[in-house]
Design a protein around this ligand. Sequence first.
Ligand code: ACM
Length: 635
Amino acid sequence: MKYLLALAILFVVIPCFSQNATTAIIPEPVSIVQKQGVFTLQDNISISIPDNHNDAAKVANYLSHAIAASTGYKSSIKNNGNTGHIHFIIAATPDKELGDEGYNLVVSPETVTLTANTAAGLFYGVQTFLQLLPKEITSKSVIKDVTWMAPCVEIRDYPRFGWRGLMFDVSRHFFTKEEVKEFIDDMAKYKFNLLHMHLTDDQGWRIEIKSLPKLTSTGAWNVKKTGTFNTFSAPEPDEPRNYGGFYTHEDIKEIIQYAKDQFINILPEVDIPGHSLAAIASYPELSCTPRADKYKVNSGEPFMVWPPGGHFYGLVDNTLCPANEKVYEFLDKVFTEVAQLFPFEYIHMGGDETARNFWEKSAAIKTLMKKEKLKNLDEVQSYFVKRVEKIIESKGKKMIGWDEILQGGLAPNAAVMSWRGIKGGIEAAKQKHEVVMSPTTFAYLDYMQGDAATEPPVYATLRLSKAYEFEPVPEGVDPVYIKGGQANLWTEQVYNMRHLQYMLWPRAFAIAESVWSPKAKKNWNNFVARVEKQFERFDIAEIKYSPAIYDPIITVKKDEKNLPVVEMNTEASGLAIFYSFDNSFPDKFYPKYTQPVSVPKDAATMKVITYRDGKPIGRMMAIPVSQLKKKAGVK
Ligand code: ACM
């Protein structure tokens, strides 16, 4: 009888639950309790906010616009209303655990109640609420015939780290103000709060400095090339230098305000003393080897050499000269304007990958070394960084740099962004300096995300599953020094916004979850299922993403006859892999992969495709057998 009763309850309850769409929120909240029933959005709902709370009003406006865009529904915002369908509350006594960015979200059949200590918390609660609504809510135009239901839930949520960043390289390729705003819109949805703008590099200086006009009249422009960056032919002297662009002060202010409205700070980076060819092309006297006619903003032709396992060096001197006082006067001007424009407490001075082969030969550097008792070029570099820190601090800002600033001794108060793995971060934290983790191992979004056979070529690979392993706090390190983490999107090989999106997503989901969600809640299988739900939303929003999780991961070994044996699996689950070696395109009627496959002796190409539920889902991959042999180490 008891069993019958239990069964009866099950049958009553299950339809209720199945009516509730399961949640698939990224980043995973701290806690979700699923309740019975649904809240249904209607036309003319009200959003109530605390009296005269400007920032809460902005968040309500954001929600109202997000709802209107896809549903066509209007909503009214009520000051000090207690009766809204959607009710924003700023806690009278702060809930300590929620902190500056956390929220409580209660969705019941009649009302949605969102409580936070701050407007930022309300904003993140809104992001979660939007993810509870049907995928069509992401549409940029009105969709009819959708019942706009959100499952009833109680969510309590707050971030693990206060620094949740994405770095956007707008130097290698220029992205317009509107494109930067699009980037901001997308990152905000996944609760990132820090946009690191890489504003200067060898390929372009992107920020107007009024006191140094050549930085943008000369430094922002190169020659348009198409193909594979770093393999381009050198531009002819008469080729027009009209590719690029820069942000005026007004543009920068507009971007900062736009980001602020979505609770995102902007960290400006001026990358020095290396990566400075755009500055040198504008003001050649800043180099240790001033040859005015020689310096041009790089257009993607090779100009640095990276010998395998050896030290890199420059073919042209793309560095600012630490032995030249004019350089510090120049930097004082630059950082004066940067500090005035950007309200964020840090300025990033780069400091990475400084080729020092020209310093080695410079008489001025030798004199500096003698005068300052600098024993080697690491110490010369450190001397430079310490002087830069003084300049940045004189503008009321703190300095952060890539982990090379550890070389030759860290500047007294510098924060370190650890990119060459996590070791620089560990070292800096041990020296009691603040650290942001952004290691190539887990967080480099310019790397390929699948097999080189399908991905646009880049020199390294970072799959989604690896990005999901990102853990900002290394073992044995005092977490107090780890401010958080970020992913970096360099754009040497990224020429447009669609490809930018492709490189960002889904890996930025993995990073978002690594910096927001409790470590104990991270779970790959659960994550990848939620990623697939986000893909459906992106399809509607028309945001591009990489489908690499559906493509086979191909590993090749060699058998006793020295022939390659192919092993395949996938990051997404429930896929069937079909293959051919006869040059034709495999489909679901072809051999299905079940165990390692020996490559037929005379085969030229392996072709592979994945299916799910009888439909193709992966991309057709074609890999020459010569490459399989190379992977296996078969001669
Ligand atoms: C870097 O990737 N060079 C910081």
